[in-house]
Design a protein around this ligand. Structure first.
Ligand code: NAD
Length: 354
C-alpha cells in the first residue's frame, strides 16, 4: 500500500539537448534580461568569454573567479562588479563552484540565474547554497537561490576530463542513493533517483572509453539533472554527513570523497533497507549495491581510498567522532564502532562487504 507523503517540486525551466546553448539569447529575452554577467572559474574563462562573445550586447561582462565552496569574499567582489556593471542576471557556466557563485549573488540580489552545467554535480537544480567564510562552511536552503533556467548541452561537457567525469558522475549517484532511503522519500523522488542512477551507470563506462561521445554525455547530464533534483527535494543521510565531515576536516576534494565513501555508506544502510536500495542494485545488475558501486568505481579507475586523497591515517578516529556528533537522520542507527570501521575500510580501499 502506498504510504502518505509530501512532495515539493523545485520549479526551474529545463532546456535539454545537443546545441541547446545556442538558445541562451532566447532565454535571456524570455526572462526580460539584457545585461547578463557571465560567471566561471579561472580555468573556464576562455569558454565564458566565448559565450559572452556569442551573446554580444546581451552581456555586460565576465567574472571568472568562482572557487570551490563559494568563498564569501569572492561573492562580495562579484557583487560589487554586478552592481558597477548594472547586470540584470547571471549566467553560470561551469560546475558546482560556478553555480554556487551565481546562487550566492541571487541570494543577495534576487537576480535571475541561468546555469549551463559542465559537470554532473547537480547544484543547478537545488535550492541549497553552501558558503565558506573564515574557513567555516555554512549551508542554507531557500527558494531564492534556485536557478530560473538550466541549459543542459552535452557539447559543453565533452572536454570534462575522464577522471573528473567519473567522480562527478558518482557524486551524482550519491544523491540518488540517499534519496532512495531518505526519511522524507516520496514516489516522485524515488522514480527520479532510480532513473538518474540508471542513466549514469550506463553512461560513465562509455565516457571512459570515448570521452567525446555526445550520446553518453547527454545521458550523463540527464542522470545528473535527475540526481540533482532529488538532492534538492529530500533529505540526505549518513553518506552526505560523512563527506561533509571528511571534506571540511581534512580539506579533501568534493567529488572524489563522495566516490570513495559511497560504496561503504550504501553497504552500511543496505544491511537494514535492502528493499529501498533495490533500484540501485538493479542499476548495477547485482544483489549488493555497495559492492556494485565499489566494483564500478574500481573498473572506472576512480579513487577507492581516502589515503590517496590525502587524509592522514590518524584522522580515522577524529572523523568517526565528528560523524557521530549531531548526525543526520539515517535509516540505520549511527554507531561509532561501525562508522569507524566504515571509514577505516574507505581509508584503505577494502571492499565494503565480503
Ligand atoms: P567544480 O565546479 O569545482 O569544478 C572543478 C574544476 O573543473 C574547475 O576548475 C572547473 O572549472 C573545471 N571544470 C568544470 N567543468 C569542466 C569541463 N567541462 N571541462 C573542463 N574543466 C571543467 O566541481 P563540481 O564537482 O562540479 O562542484 C563542486 C562544488 O559544488 C562544491 O563546492 C560542492 O559543495 C558544490 N555542490 C553544491 C551543491 C548544491 O546543491 N548546493 C550540489 C553539488 C555540489
Amino acid at each position: 500500500m502506498q504510504q502518505a507523503f509530501e512532495y515539493q517540486g523545485n520549479p526551474s525551466r529545463i532546456i535539454f539537448g545537443e546545441g541547446s546553448v545556442s538558445r541562451t539569447a532566447e532565454v535571456l529575452s524570455d526572462l526580460g534580461c539584457s545585461r547578463a554577467l557571465v560567471l566561471s572559474t579561472p580555468f573556464q574563462n576562455g569558454d565564458a568569454e566565448r559565450l559572452a562573445g556569442d551573446l554580444g550586447t546581451a552581456t555586460v561582462g565576465v567574472f571568472s573567479e568562482a572557487a570551490m565552496h563559494t568563498p564569501v569574499d569572492v561573492t562580495e567582489k562579484a557583487l560589487s562588479i554586478t552592481n558597477d556593471l548594472k547586470a540584470d542576471c547571471t549566467i553560470a557556466f561551469g560546475g558546482g563552484s560556478t553555480t554556487g557563485l551565481g546562487k550566492a549573488i541571487a541570494y543577495r540580489t534576487d537576480l535571475p540565474q541561468i546555469v549551463i552545467p559542465t559537470t554532473y554535480a547537480g547544484s543547478e537544480v537545488t535550492p541549497i547554497l553552501g558558503q565558506t567564510e573564515n574557513g567555516r562552511k555554512t549551508t542554507l536552503k531557500s527558494p531564492a537561490v534556485l536557478p530560473e533556467v538550466v541549459i543542459y548541452d552535452p557539447l559543453e561537457s565533452r572536454d570534462l576530463p575522464v577522471a573528473m567525469s567519473v567522480t562527478s558522475g558518482i557524486n551524482a549517484i550519491a544523491h540518488a542513493a540517499e534519496a532512495l532511503y531518505a526519511k522524507d522519500r516520496n514516489p516522485m523522488a524515488t522514480l527520479m533517483a532510480a532513473e538518474g542512477a540508471r542513466a549514469l551507470v550506463g553512461a560513465l563506462p562509455v565516457i571512459k572509453d570515448d570521452p567525446k561521445n555526445t550520446d553518453a554525455r547527454l545521458q550523463a547530464l540527464y542522470g545528473a539533472w535527475l540526481c540533482g533534483s532529488v538532492l534538492g527535494s529530500v533529505g540526505m543521510a549518513l553518506h552526505h554527513k560523512l563527506c561533509h565531515t571528511l571534506g571540511g576536516t581534512f580539506d579533501l576534494p568534493h567529488a572524489e570523497t563522495h566516490t570513495v565513501i559511497l560504496p561503504h555508506a550504501v553497504a552500511y544502510n543496505a544491511a537494514v533497507v535492502p528493499d529501498l536500495l533495490a533500484p540501485l542494485a538493479d542499476a548495477f545488475g547485482v544483489e549488493k549495491p555497495g559492492l556494485g558501486l565499489f566494483e564500478f568505481a574500481r573498473a572506472l579507475s576512480a579513487p577507492i581510498t581516502l589515503k590517496e586523497l590525502g587524509m592522514p591515517e590518524d584522522g580515522i578516529d577524529r572523523a568517526a567522532d565528528l560523524a557521530v556528533k549531531s548526525p543526520y537522520w539515517n535509516p540505520r542507527p549511527i554507531e561509532r564502532g561501525l562508522v569507524r570501521r566504515l571509514i577505516e575500510k574507505a581509508y584503505f580501499g577494502e571492499p565494503p562487504v565480503r
